[in-house]
Design a protein around this ligand. Structure first.
Ligand code: MSP
Length: 510
């Protein structure tokens, strides 16, 4: 059986989760659900990055211990995963003892192999990024991401021989043109490597909140080394037996561009140093922006995903994220844009289409789904959509996949108008044509629901249920999307409108 392993970054717990965290988690969930539909053996990992300065400082500000702070904050991140309907197979915390033990074993192994050495170091350190900067990387003397002045730090640290891996990394990039996607991010990472790599400090002396360096308890492991290792430690301890062999190398690490360098340079070099395989792909999506600015905790322009989901439902939020902003690019999100799409697309083009179809089946066919019909052009369009979705999902083009599905939903809307079942119903001689039109609409909706399932899972299940199918037998899980592949004749079960509230019209036949 094919396996599929997808990860999100593990999120910092210095503040509450925001829409950007929800975004990556939903994207990973869409992929996980899609690959399960394909019948693959899937592992989907998310979690929290709990060590390091920001968490320790946040605890200090609140007057609690770091452990108390992270124990409280992690609740919100677990809730976020649940609330966006993420089907993650495990939630890793870097404070898990099992993780910490394995981080120690990993760096001990590199130390024993001579990949790590001690030296005294002086540098400019941004504690919000947890990274050292050289003068040339700063903008007016400030961190390019946080706009704060870095501190000058001088310590004795352990260094990882990153510079040894430059050639090997470049060769890997050249041999694997889709190692980093999209292409612009690949070029960015490759060009960074080709400019030359310095060894990096992988321990901190002044910090207490971290994993102790096993051979020198005065130091803790650099938080990024600790964090990156989550992708393999989780596989080792999340189940009864290690899943490392089954799922490593990962298929996709998802992230935004802020952490590309860590994933495209340091992480592969660490794996090379340990003689481990590299992940197959890093997919770098864009930033969700509000009013043209990246949303971030420090800038305080954060849209609360909990509030949006409470008001409009999780699926509407999941849909909006990938519909509004091309996955892979930056894009602006707003409440206004959200409400527009909710009204015009979800409530009208999808919700209303279902309620009209069901109302007509009830009115003209006693509520029974008519027998299968040929489908004609609609069936062809459904097959084309299926092929387009598969091609788009293969390259993680979530927006293109959704666009193909939506073109088909629009074709269904046109089909109702062009075939005017209410006219056919006036003439008993045209009864076979009427039944065929009603079947085709229902079948088009069933197939749309199957393709929509990874994006809007509960809505897809409700569509299937209202059409009178059991969620299990309508191929939601197996993606059984061929025209006419499911039994019919059952009674439909109209229910509440899919997306109520704004402009959805009543479920009556025209
Ligand atoms: N802890 C590190 C990651 C370690 S992974 C081994 C970290 N955490 S974070 O909380 O800052 O999360 C950063 C990630 O959150 C981004 O890479 C992205 O996945 C997501 N996003 C945060 N803000 C975002 C937007 N405004 N838009 C899109 N994604 C956003 O970095």
């Amino acid at each position: 059986m094919d396996t599929f392993y997808v990860t999100t970054p593990i999120y910092y717990v210095n503040d509450v989760p925001h829409i950007g965290h929800a975004y990556t988690t939903i994207a990973a969930d869409v992929l996980a659900r899609y690959h399960r539909q394909l019948g693959e053996d899937v592992f989907f990992l998310t979690g929290t990055d709990e060590h390091g300065n920001p968490a320790a400082r946040a605890a200090e500000r609140r007057g609690v211990t770091p452990q108390q702070h992270v124990d409280e904050m992690v609740v919100k991140f677990r809730e976020l995963a649940q609330q966006v309907d993420a089907t993650n197979d495990f939630f890793i915390r870097t404070t898990d003892k099992e993780h910490c033990d394995r981080v120690q074993a990993f760096i001990q192994q590199l130390y024993d192999r001579g990949k790590i050495y001690k030296k005294s170091y002086r540098g400019l350190y941004c504690s919000a990024c947890e990274a050292f900067y050289s003068e040339k990387d700063l903008v007016d003397g400030h961190c390019p991401d946080h706009d704060t002045a870095p501190e000058e730090v001088e310590e004795e640290n352990y260094f990882f021989r990153l510079s040894d891996y430059q050639e090997q990394l470049l060769a890997h990039f050249d041999d694997h043109p889709d190692f980093v996607m999209p292409r612009s991010r690949f070029n960015e990472a490759r060009s960074f490597i080709s400019q030359g790599l310095d060894d990096i400090s992988i321990s901190r002396a002044a910090l207490e909140w971290g994993v102790p360096v096993p051979w020198d308890r005065d130091q803790v492991v650099y938080v990024w080394v600790d964090a990156l290792l989550n992708y393999i430690t989780a596989l080792e301890y999340s189940g009864g037996e290690s899943r490392l062999e089954r799922f490593w190398p990962a298929d996709y690490h998802l992230m935004a561009k802020d952490i590309l360098k860590f994933h495209a340079v340091i992480w592969p070099a660490m794996l090379m140093a340990a003689d481990m395989e590299l992940p197959q792909h890093l997919f770098v999506h864009g930033y969700l922006l509000m009013g043209g600015q990246k949303m971030s905790k420090t800038r305080g322009n954060v849209l609360d995903p909990f509030a949006v989901m409470d008001k409009y439902g999780v699926d509407a939020f999941r849909f909006y994220c990938f519909r509004e902003v091309t996955f892979g690019q930056d894009g602006v999100v707003s409440l206004e844009g959200f409400e527009n799409r909710y009204n015009s697309e979800l409530a009208n083009e999808l919700g209303n289409l279902l309620s009209r179809t069901l109302a007509m089946i009830r009115k003209y066919n006693g509520g029974a789904l008519p027998p299968p019909a040929e489908g004609g052009e609609l069936a062809l369009a459904a097959a084309t959509m299926g092929a387009d979705v598969a091609a788009a999902m293969k390259t993680v083009n979530l927006t293109a996949a959704l666009e193909s599905i939506w073109s088909f939903v629009r074709a269904l809307n046109r089909y109702v108008e062009e075939n005017a079942p209410w006219q056919l119903a006036k003439d008993e001689a045209r009864r076979p044509a009427l039944e065929a039109v009603l079947y085709n609409l229902a079948e088009g909706l069933r197939i749309s629901a199957i393709h929509l399932y990874p994006f809007i899972p509960s809505t897809a299940a409700r569509i299937i249920g209202q059409l009178g199918y059991q969620p299990g037998d309508a191929g939601l899980a197996s993606g059984e999307a061929a025209w006419g592949s499911d039994a019919t004749g059952q009674q439909i079960e109209p229910g509440e409108p899919l997306f109520p509230g704004l402009t959805e019209t009543a479920a009556t036949a025209p």
